[in-house]
Design a protein around this ligand. Sequence first.
Ligand code: HEM
Length: 179
Amino acid sequence: MLKSSPDRYGAIPITIHWLTAILIVLALGSGFQAGNAIDPAIKAGFLRIHIPAAIIALLLTAFRIIWWWVFDKKPLPVQGVPVWHERLARGVHLALYVVILGMIASGIGMMLLSGAGPIIFGGTGATLPNFHLYPPRVPHGLGANLLLALLFAHIGAALYHQFIRRDGLLWRMWYGRRG
Ligand code: HEM
């Protein structure tokens, strides 16, 4: 089933979810490495991973928004979950979208203002700019930490369902039927 049903996600949203998860982890890891790198060649190397990963995450997120808006309907909330859990989960999911899109916008802003694109990807040999001189670097750094916190909350909730409530919620986000 490509589309979702009332009790589980379809193959398309499942694929988007896990691909985006991999890309966001890659973008966070390479972003922190680039942010901490002193050597400009090493920084540029990490940014050559960081930026494409983030751009593919953007394309998948845009596709995901259109998917839910036009083509599919989310499964129903799991049975027996308190209303505040449900609301908190929805808040975290919305915040994930907003922060991811904000990270991409601020990242693109940094690149446009600094003109670093050709230096990173074109091998012009010019010196990399100091990104901290450009205003979008501030929300980008704060957003990175907020995104980490949201990811921990998101993963923590999935593990809580899997191992404490044992309601098999995680299997709704995987292929085929289980449990
Ligand atoms: C979901 C998307 C993104 C995530 C999760 C992300 C994450 C990060 C993280 C964790 C850092 C290091 C922050 C710090 O050390 O304070 C960073 C820095 C950076 N990111 Fe991103 N980023 C994303 C999108 C982008 C995009 C789309 C671009 C460019 C088009 C970009 C360009 C940069 C640059 C230039 C730096 C600065 C490196 C430095 O200060 O030396 N990022 N990013």
